[in-house]
Design a protein around this ligand. Structure first.
Ligand code: SF4
Length: 417
């Protein structure tokens, strides 16, 4: 029996690795105790992935599919009905037991559960809801639960899922209906965004409304919604992809859009590209997404001057914008407003906050910036301080662009992204 579960875990954890919504990684370091074997033995790391919370914390999740059987035939998916792949299916009880066992052993802090579609969307969604409900109600499970919502499942089931899950997600997969028609003919973009819209309303209702007796409504997907787009399987350019993301963030209040560079799968459909999409493209899309969400950039600014509506692969989007707008630099860090400070390559949002706070008391000098751990090598072509101006050789845009090829953009916390 245990062997059977291990085999299922091996198949269904492997099948889940194609979902980018949480960064996959082996948990090989957590080796099993001496002589220990069986479920939870992490020597192979099956099913454990690391995911990052918005505040930068790393959490371990059991990341699995309930089943990799699927009645749909999405060309980019290894689990599609026409794929010749080893299949497996967990029962509701098996997923519950596996999660609880791993959780009690401190191997995981939560569950990331997705599934192929068996019988029909409602049947599948109902089983996934049963798993989440059993964990919360029967086992008082307090860990994190991320449920992939099944497209076309009934609104009632999707809404019930939100009562037990911390985060819900539904993959949009392609930024246009044309792309879906070609690669996922059973999927429809308006059904997907319709589900997102309903969940957005429910999330907001549960946050703000009260019952007629004045009590707060129960928690409903407090971690919000996310989605995933495949990059490079169809011909969509970066502008189309990012336009779709902007709409998802603004209209449907998504917390995250994940980008997944297409990579050829075993037993691939003949209509797919033969080569993988470059990972640098996925990386640049994440960087542009970051600028849109936290750095007050508009999409037009990010794409200004780019070729063929594609992001510059040589420079991160913030640096590329700065190089195209060299006339705005160098920026005086003692006078510039927050929006302009956020445009300086090398300055993360938290560093900008520190600068704004510190300059209330004195004019900031080069050594003040050193003490604040500002990455001076990166900012020096773009700033002035009380005792610093960039030398002439750093003001020549073309040579600067060549020198700074493939340097990194910083995230909210000042780390490279
Ligand atoms: S519905 Fe999901 S699991 Fe099924 S083929 Fe499409 S992407 Fe794969």
């Amino acid at each position: 029996m245990q062997d059977k579960i291990e085999t299922k875990l091996e198949i269904l954890a492997d099948a889940a690795k194609y979902d980018a919504s949480c960064a996959s990684g082996s948990a090989g370091k957590r080796s099993a105790g001496k002589g220990e074997k069986g479920i939870g033995s992490l020597t192979g790391g099956s099913g454990i992935c690391h995911s990052f919370t918005p505040d930068g914390r790393c959490v371990s999740l059991l990341k699995i599919l309930m089943t990799n059987y699927c009645i749909y035939d999405c060309h980019y998916c290894i689990n599609r009905i026409s794929s010749n792949v080893r299949r497996a299916r967990f029962t509701v009880q098996e997923v519950v037991d596996l999660t609880i066992n791993f959780y009690k052993r401190n191997y995981i802090e939560g569950l990331f559960l997705s599934s192929g579609i068996i019988k029909d969307p409602d049947y599948t969604m109902e089983s996934m809801v049963k798993i989440a409900k059993s964990l919360r109600v029967d086992h008082h499970f307090k860990g994190y639960i991320h449920l992939k919502t099944i497209p076309n499942a009934s609104p009632e089931l999707q809404e019930e899922a939100g009562l037990y899950a911390d985060r819900l997600s539904i993959n949009i997969e392609m930024p246009t209906q044309k792309g879906l028609n070609t690669f996922a003919p059973e999927k429809n973009i308006s059904d997907i965004t319709g589900s997102m819209g309903r969940l957005r309303n429910k999330i907001s209702e549960h946050k703000t409304s009260k019952t007629h007796t004045g009590k707060r409504l129960p928690r409903f997907a407090p971690g919000g919604q996310s989605t995933q787009m495949i990059v490079g399987a169809d011909a969509s350019d970066d502008k189309t992809i990012l336009n779709s993301s902007v709409d998802l963030y603004q209209t449907h209040k998504l917390r995250r859009v994940y980008y997944s560079a297409f990579s050829p799968i075993p037993d691939a459909s003949l209509i797919l590209p033969l080569k993988p999409a470059p990972l640098i493209r996925e990386h640049r899309l994440y960087q542009a997404d970051w600028l849109l969400r936290f750095y007050d950039f508009s999409l037009d600014e990010i794409l200004q001057g780019t070729k063929n509506n594609m992001l510059d692969m040589d420079h991160d989007p913030k640096l590329a914008w700065a190089l195209r707008n060299r006339h705005l630099f160098p920026i005086d860090i003692n006078k510039a407003d927050k929006k302009l400070l956020l445009r300086i390559p090398g300055l993360g949002a938290l560093t900008v906050q520190k600068i704004i706070k510190a300059r209330k008391y004195c004019n900031l000098s080069w050594s003040d910036l050193t003490k604040m751990r500002v990455p001076l090598g990166k900012v020096k072509p773009f700033i002035t301080a009380s005792d610093y101006r960039p030398p002439a050789y750093l003001l020549d845009m073309e040579s600067l662009g060549n020198q700074l090829k493939n340097t990194e953009q910083l995230d909210l916390f000042g780390r490279a992204v």
